[in-house]
Design a binder for this molecule. Structure first.
Ligand SMILES: [Zn+2]
Length: 284
C-alpha cells in the first residue's frame, strides 16, 4: 500500500520532472551495491534479472558516462540531457562476475568504490556475515579496470562511520585508502565515497585536504555545475525498481520524497553520533 502510494505520488511529479530535466539537465549518479540472487529482499542487492532490465533502459534511453567524464562536464558547465553515471559501493565480487558482463554487453561503464581492507581480505562487510568471499581482491579490481570507462574510487580503509572516529583515525581512513591503492598498483580516479554516506564538514574537508578531486554521498538528487564537488548526490537503485519505477527514478520523480526522508535520517544519525561521542568522553 505504502509502495503504491509512493508510486502514485511519484507519477504525479512526472510532468514537472520532464520539464525540469529539459530546462535544467543534471547528471544523475546511480548507486548500486550488490548484484546477486539472494533468498530474501535486501535493500542493497539487485537481482541479475532486475539489473538486466535496468541496464536495458539505460542503454536504450540514456547517455551513460564515466564518473571522471561527468566531473569534467560539470566543471565545464556543459551538462547534456539524460546523462547518467553508474557506481557500486564496497567492491563486491558479484560486480565483476554478474554486473560487468551485462554492462560490457551494452557498452555501459561504471565506477566501483573499494574499501581497501575488504580488497586485501583483512575483513568483509559485516552486513552479510558470509563465510564465502564477498569482495574483489586486488587482482580482480584490476580486471574490473580493463573495460574502457570503468574506474575505481576510494571507500576508506575499514568502512567505519567516519563521523564517529577521532580526527587521527579519520585522516588514516581517508588518506590511507589512497595509499593502500597505490601500494596495490591500482590506478584510482581520485574520487572518495563516504562509507554509509556519513559526512559532515570535517570529513569533506579531510577528503579535500588528502588530495581527492571529488566525493559522493547518499544524498538524493541530480548534480548541476553548481553542486559542491565534495557533496555529490546519488540515487539509490534497489531490486524493487521495476522498469516503471526505475524510469520514474531516473526522471527525478522520487527526488523530493527521498530528499525529505534523507534529511530526517541524517538528523537522527548525527544526534546518535553526538550521544556516542559524549559517552566516550565520559568513559575516558
Ligand atoms: Zn559502503
Amino acid at each position: 500500500m505504502k509502495g503504491l502510494l509512493r508510486t502514485l505520488v511519484a507519477l504525479s511529479f512526472y510532468p514537472v520532472s520532464l520539464i525540469a530535466n529539459y530546462l535544467r539537465p543534471g547528471v544523475r549518479i546511480l548507486m548500486f551495491h550488490r548484484v546477486d540472487s539472494l533468498p530474501h529482499f535486501d535493500q542493497l542487492t539487485v537481482s541479475p534479472g532486475r539489473f538486466s532490465q535496468q541496464m536495458d533502459i539505460l542503454a536504450r534511453s540514456y547517455r551513460v558516462i564515466s564518473l571522471t567524464q561527468a566531473l569534467t562536464e560539470l566543471a565545464n558547465g556543459k551538462v547534456k540531457r539524460n546523462t547518467v553515471v553508474i557506481t557500486f559501493d564496497d567492491g563486491y565480487l558479484d560486480n565483476l562476475t554478474h554486473a560487468l558482463p551485462m554492462m560490457e554487453e551494452r557498452g555501459l561503464p561504471a565506477s566501483v568504490f573499494v574499501t581497501t581492507e575488504f580488497a586485501s581480505g583483512a575483513q568483509q562487510h559485516p552486513r552479510y556475515g558470509s563465510s564465502a568471499r564477498l569482495h574483489m581482491n586486488w587482482g580482480e579490481v584490476k580486471e574490473w579496470l580493463r573495460f574502457p570507462g570503468n574506474e575505481v574510487g576510494a571507500h576508506s580503509r575499514s568502512h567505519p562511520y567516519l563521523q564517529r572516529v577521532s580526527d587521527e583515525q579519520c585522516r588514516e581512513e581517508i588518506a590511507g585508502c589512497m595509499a593502500d591503492m597505490a601500494a596495490a598498483g591500482v590506478a584510482h580516479n581520485g574520487i572518495f565515497c563516504y562509507p554509509s554516506g556519513d559526512v559532515t564538514e570535517r570529513e569533506a574537508h579531510r577528503v579535500r585536504a588528502s588530495g581527492y578531486v571529488a566525493a559522493v554521498t547518499v544524498a538524493p538528487g541530480v548534480n548541476f555545475p553548481t553542486t559542491n564537488r565534495f557533496w555529490l548526490h546519488r540515487t539509490e537503485v534497489t531490486d524493487r525498481d521495476t522498469p516503471l519505477l526505475f524510469r520514474l527514478k531516473l526522471a527525478g520523480c522520487f527526488d523530493l520524497i527521498h530528499g525529505v526522508l534523507h534529511v530526517r535520517r541524517t538528523r537522527q544519525f548525527s544526534k546518535q553520533s553526538q550521544v556516542e561521542k559524549e559517552l566516550k568522553g565520559v568513559n575516558h
